[in-house]
Design a protein around this ligand. Sequence first.
Ligand code: NAI
Ligand code: MG
Length: 354
Amino acid sequence: MKKHIVLLPGDGIGTEVIQSANEVLDVIADVFNHTFTYETHAIGGCAVDKYNNPLPQETEAACHKADAVLLGAVGGPKWDQHPSHLRPERGLLGIRKSLDLFANLRPVKGFSKLLHASPLKEELVTGSDLLIVRELTGGLYFGQPSERQNNGESVVDTLAYTRKEIERIVDKAFQAAQLRRKHLTSVDKANVLESSKLWREIVEEKKAQYPDVTVEHMLVDATAMKLITKPTYFDVIVTENMFGDILSDEASVLTGSLGMLPSASLREDSFGLYEPVHGSAPDIAGKGIANPLAMILSAALMLRFSFNLKNEAAIIESAVEEILNEGYHTADLQVKNGQRVNTAEMTHRIVEYI
Ligand code: NAI
Ligand code: MG
């Protein structure tokens, strides 16, 4: 298989962990006889420095032509005082919008070696392996009007969705469930919100198209509780933008470290943008000690969702599990009787395993 990938390292540890993902993809290409070609472009703070624009036009154009995009992280204290159009995050929001990436997927898996690192009891998180599918371009964060009214004495935000917007995210979630344990939980607040009632209707309509998937509805408050009292209950969760924002941060504590969490942002075709959940980590940038696993696991998601290379993705994920089981870990992870390694050594272990 031949694929063209745009790399957007960004700032801080973004440049360090992108390098790791690149090495892992190269060994996958080698072992499985694929051809991956790469093009690197600037985004975020480094693009502000070089082009006075956090999302240069050539970066945007290259992403539109690629089969998939890998992004490190953007931002840092150097750009904190910049006016809003010259802030690194503008680059990130700009590229998601320009590419119409409406579905944000965040898998949360408790790796057995790291279970004790969770603030939850080990026996509770053991076996947890779930995926949150969050709607990313509609709902409460984008609905109009959103403003102060009556001379500032009242205020309004709007939770708005069209049928088409709900259908496409629900389809994504059903399809993701088909690649997993085929259990979909649709999360809403249908006892109160009109938007949730339409959301439920559409999920009910869609389920005939995915007869192999078991689907249920759950209220968002009940879901928030169940996520920490019985996380192993869940396989795939689909929900609107704000509910997904809150639930995905809640779920992220199951794994113990920010350095372990990958994400995918998708649209209707197979194209996607893949990035770790963490930021540019200015406190450790340039030291070569960043945990590359969130970025490497993001590359695995790219293989699965954009290139349909399920085996290759699974092998990267097993490599991560295995290397952790052998006791290797980066400085952000506490592992009993483990062996601490830097970014390059961790990457090397994964590459060797593959
Ligand atoms: P952060 O995620 O960069 O760092 C939080 C803490 O976790 C730090 O102590 C950091 O050293 C540690 N950490 C994060 N990723 C790690 C990794 N892979 N390995 C080892 N340790 C890791 O969040 P923070 O400090 O709030 O933000 C720093 C900068 O990153 C800010 O400019 C922020 O705007 C930006 N940011 C960018 C994001 C993105 O590009 N998607 C997301 C979040 C923040
Ligand atoms: Mg958030």
